[in-house]
Design a protein around this ligand. Structure first.
Ligand code: CDP
Length: 793
């Protein structure tokens, strides 16, 4: 169901970008099974690589005997950390200025860590040989619980770092501590709540992998890899491996979902590169499902204390939080350098408050590295969960309706651009209409009446609300970079003589439909139909430099680049048209696809005719070169701040504690909408992710550090059975600084849905005096909460 509220549209934004809900150009190949993924790459003479992983979480390596594996049939090479160390390749930088072992040399630091690899004629021979490698481990006590990582006497994990004597990773703070303290001191009501966002995993359908092919004659490395950031990866490979950057081609073909999992550089990619150089043959590495779940970038793992101060009549004054962040064995967080806690600073939410403060400590534990932005703009999911949970706790304390409390405290439309108490400048927003539309769609008052009647009968029905503001589109290069690379995006547009065009992007799609929406953006600006515009992406030899796709940055950054490059081409086309029509440039009017002479609409040239003239015979206006193409590097002036109002209705079975999500209403505002169908798809996927996190998903460990979520039998992800028919709606508040007013949307639903669902479950459990229960709200957790035994994960 799609609802819309036309009266919240702004002038000129009545409609989505031209061609609106057009079907996805990429789908014919996906639907026919003709997508070309990394594992589809077959090269002549290709060898296969398999990785031996640590069976324990923390152990010293006393010795590795590879002789039996080397003698195994079909084996071409067996490589250990010690061998890599001889080439100075045993360690690599992470995206957070830490280092991570490519293959363990001294110790293993998490279960599933890479210890050695085998290259063989086929995948089976490689895997069989792994079992013949004999590693002698001296098992050490692991640190599993982040709360104990800094205790005196805790086992030291990172003894590879010089002078390191404890498991401290970093400290970070934001906001004004003293001002916040003062506001808390004079508040009528203070509520505090411990809240855990457990470790979850992005679990993309396609696992990670690479095919590396080094051509010693050309001196060129070709790497097909599952990466969300081909250009940034190429630069890092050049730095680490010492291969000149122009001699490396990173190709990221069709990608089966990324969700942040494919941002980091994994040891497997580096091993494949080493293997092709050592063997002189192309080498393929594809991890299996368990390897993906156990060893690649996790998300969240924040242990938070939230505090909120308010007046008795429900005016929120301040929010304060203390966070313990579990970063695993190596800090593999992918976030702009200045933001070790990502964009967690937006924990003040959508509310106009007087003061805010956050203090965070991050620690190392014997768990897989990561801290990736799983369908989230760098820790915004954690921030939104914190604020939306704590606001509900306040509503409970005050005996106020949670919708009313939110409406009372929203930043008002006239306050935008709004600078938050932690220094974020929200570009635009109009929150109340979005909230009211969600409430209308839900039939909020009727739902509350239904709930009252059901409670009287002992039935457990809950209504949960979440309202979020996201910060997406990293980011302005004055303060955002990843390992020194500014977060701008290039774009190149070429119009061929026949008027067909190619647009080359620096971002890389993992299923979001960029081949369609970027064609739509360019089509809207230059009037060539989207079917005549090819979108090229995911190949560093054939696209301009840029930082890739994550944190919903494609539309805010690269989408802006696409619109602006098309405008540059249009400007040139205008000059050529003036020559063709023999009038001055000022006498021309643009009407999508053609220039007309003002006052003489019969005199016109189409963009296709201009393209032919640009490449054809005959003179061009003075100073104009032939051809019709341009390129740009776009540096955004700010992030974009989409918002949304979500309402969830759940029923909890009092006998089994099973939660059923009965209804879910999601109203999103992502500014100008390019393709409403694709947006709905993005929202549906994100909401489904939210059901998973709220009710099912957690990467748990036993006390020895064994990962308990190593397969999809143990790590549950949602299916069509667990989700309702989504009810989506939208409002449109354009971004004032984006050329077409668009904001990102890809992650909004993942960010906004977990608090709505948890708030609904807690609301259902109100008759039991429950104010909070931690995710995932499995039947046993809910059962415990009903019995007053809620415990943190
Ligand atoms: O960076 P990523 O592509 O993951 O996220 P996004 O920029 O939010 O875009 C996700 C998909 O939704 C893309 O195909 C966008 O073009 C589309 N979209 C849209 O149609 N209108 C918007 N205002 C935002 C995104």
């Amino acid at each position: 169901t799609v609802h819309e509220r036309p009266d919240t549209f702004h002038d000129n934004d009545q409609k989505p970008v031209g061609h609106g809900r057009m079907l996805r150009k990429e789908d014919p190949r996906f639907l026919r099974g003709r997508g070309r993924y990394v594992d589809d790459v077959q090269l002549p003479g290709m060898l296969h690589l398999a990785i031996l992983r640590a069976p324990v979480a923390h152990a010293r390596i006393l010795g590795i005997d590879t002789s039996a594996a080397e003698a195994s049939p079909g084996v071409k090479a067996v490589v250990t950390g010690a061998m890599l160390a001889e080439q100075n390749l045993a360690w690599m930088p992470t995206l957070s200025n830490d280092v991570q072992a490519v293959l363990a040399t001294d110790k293993v630091r998490f279960q599933g860590q890479e210890v050695a690899f085998v290259v063989a004629d086929d995948r089976y021979a490689a895997r069989d040989a792994l079992e013949l490698i004999d590693v002698e481990y001296d098992v050490l006590d692991p640190v599993v619980d982040a709360r104990r990582a800094l205790e005196p006497g805790a086992p030291l994990i990172r003894d590879d770092l010089e002078g390191k004597t404890n498991n401290h990773c970093f400290d970070w703070e934001t906001g004004d501590e003293a001002a916040t303290e003062a506001v808390f001191g004079r508040a009528d009501v203070v509520v505090s709540q411990d809240i855990v966002y457990p470790r979850v995993h992005p679990a993309p359908m396609e696992t990670c992998g690479a095919v590396a092919d080094f051509d010693a004659v050309e001196g060129k490395l070709r790497l097909w890899s599952t990466t969300q950031a081909p250009h940034a990866h190429r630069t890092l490979y050049a730095i680490v491996a010492g291969i000149p950057e122009h001699k490396i081609q990173v190709i990221s073909p069709d990608i089966g979902g990324g969700f942040g999992n494919k941002v980091p550089i994994y040891p497997g990619y580096v091993c494949a590169i080493v293997a092709t150089i050592v063997t002189g043959k192309p080498v393929k590495w594809m991890e299996d499902r368990s390897e993906n779940l156990v060893s690649t970038g996790f998300a969240r793992d924040y242990i938070m204390r939230g505090e909120i101060a308010a007046t008795l009549d429900g005016r929120i004054l301040a929010i304060r939080t203390n966070v313990l962040a579990d970063h695993g064995a190596f800090n593999g967080t992918a976030a702009p350098v200045k933001y070790p806690a990502g964009f967690f600073g937006v924990f003040t939410g959508s509310y106009d408050i007087e003061a805010a403060y956050c203090r965070m400590t991050a620690v190392y534990t014997n768990k897989a590295p990561g801290g990736v932005a799983y369908a989230c703009s760098f820790r915004i999911t954690e921030a939104v969960y914190l604020v939306e949970r704590i606001v509900d706790c306040l509503a409970d304390e005050l005996g106020m309706d949670p919708a009313e409390l939110r409406l009372k405290n929203f930043i008002r439309p006239e306050q935008f651009p709004y600078t938050t108490k932690t220094g974020w400048v929200y570009d635009s927003g109009n929150y109340e209409p979005t909230m009211r539309l969600a409430m209308d769609m839900a039939g909020y008052d009727a739902l509350r009446r239904e709930q009252e009647e059901k409670r009287a009968r002992g039935e457990l029905m809950g209504i949960g609300i979440a309202f979020f503001t996201e910060a997406v589109g990293a980011g302005p290069r004055k303060d955002m970079d990843i390992l020194g690379l500014g977060m701008a995006d290039g774009c190149e547009l070429r119009v061929h003589p026949t008027g067909k065009a190619v647009v080359r992007l620096s971002v890389q799609s993992q299923g979001q439909g960029h081949e369609t929406t970027f064609a739509q953006i360019v089509a809207e600006e230059i009037g060539i139909p989207p079917a005549d515009i090819d979108v090229v992406h995911g190949d560093t030899d054939n696209t301009p430099f840029g930082l890739g796709t994550y944190g919903s940055r494609s539309t805010p950054v690269s989408g802006a680049a696409a619109a602006l490059v098309a405008r540059k081409v249009r400007d040139k086309a205008r000059i050529i048209a003036s020559g063709m029509l023999e009038v001055s440039v000022a006498d021309l009017e643009w009407e999508k696809g053609a220039f007309l002479v003002k006052g003489d609409p019969g005199k016109t040239v189409t963009i296709q005719e201009i393209a032919l003239r640009a490449h054809g015979a005959g003179d061009l206006p003075e100073g104009i070169e032939g051809g019709l193409e341009s390129q740009i590097c776009y540096n955004p002036s700010n992030l974009t701040y989409p918002h949304g109002a979500y309402i969830c209705v759940v029923d909890v079975d009092p006998g089994t504690a099973q939660v059923k999500v009965r209804r879910f209403i999601a109203v999103d505002d992502c500014g100008t909408r390019i393709n409403p169908m694709i947006i709905e798809g993005q929202v549906h996927g994100g909401l489904t992710d939210g059901v998973g996190m709220a009710l099912m998903e957690m990467i748990a460990f036993d006390e020895d550090g064994n990962c308990l979520g190593a397969s999809l039998m143990d790590y549950l992800i949602p299916t069509a059975l667990e989700v309702p028919d989504w009810e989506t709606g939208f409002t449109v508040t354009p971004s004032p600084h984006h050329p077409i007013g668009a904001k990102g949307v890809g992650e909004s639903a993942t960010v906004g849905s977990p608090p709505a669902i948890v708030n609904a479950v807690v609301d259902a459990l109100k008759p039991f005096g429950v104010r909070h229960a931690d995710m995932p709200l499995t039947p046993s957790r809910v059962w415990d909460a009903m019995r007053g035994n809620a415990r943190p994960p």
